[in-house]
Design a protein around this ligand. Sequence first.
Ligand code: OAD
Length: 242
Amino acid sequence: MQEIKSLSHWIKASGFTVILTGAGMSTESGLPDFRSKSGWWRNIDPSTVATVDALETNYSLFHDFYSMRLKTLEACSPHEGHYILAEWEKRNLVHSIVTQNVDGFHKAAGSSRVYELHGSLRSIRCSGCGKPGTVEDFLDRVACRSCGERLRPGVVLFGEMLPQDAWECALRDIKRADLVIVIGTSLQVYPANQLPTMTKGRAVLINYEAYSGGSRFDMVLQGKARDTLIELNRIIHKSKVS
Ligand code: OAD
């Protein structure tokens, strides 16, 4: 409790706060994460579905996996925590959101400065010519209407480069931040996991599972993303009116 209060003070005192999110930000929306007990990678080997090799040599499995991800996503929506972060941006409590998530929930909740490091599940494009396609065509396994090649989701596969724009904006903002709040990530995937160490400001982790990665954070709050953001928001609002 005392830590949440301290964090609310840090948020109000910071002139430039950046949020970095991972799949744990969206589990309370109903989307599985990757490495928890019920995460995607507990039952599926990522090398068989989430690589360029899988796209090129095992399209059937690749397509089944991303169709399942898309259908799961269609049934879910942003939760209160996503909306709180969007409201904080409007109130200048948050400058930008850097996310590893491909669900689009930060933008859907109203955040405008969002850097999607791993792309977006719903941005379908042709794996050959790169022209945009539709989710419906992808799900129906229709080929690219321009060149006949296979459609794919606009996510970063293992072995691919991160979108350069998103990465550069993320790096620029994290470097100059007074405060970086990392939410719901196991910090296992490079290069996003390097970002918390690159700030000149404070770094805070909010995560459900205990963190065992050493001393890179100034504060670690063990808890759920949605609950913690609701509590932080309550304290920030309360201190505003009193
Ligand atoms: P992980 O599944 O590796 O980690 C999610 C973390 O969120 C875990 O430590 C959970 O304990 C925590 N968590 C789960 N629910 C939570 C909640 N309600 N509140 C707070 N924390 C919660 O997911 P990421 O770290 O995002 O990349 O994974 C990084 C990347 O690995 C993904 O973007 C994806 C994956 O392979 C690609 O596919 C390129």
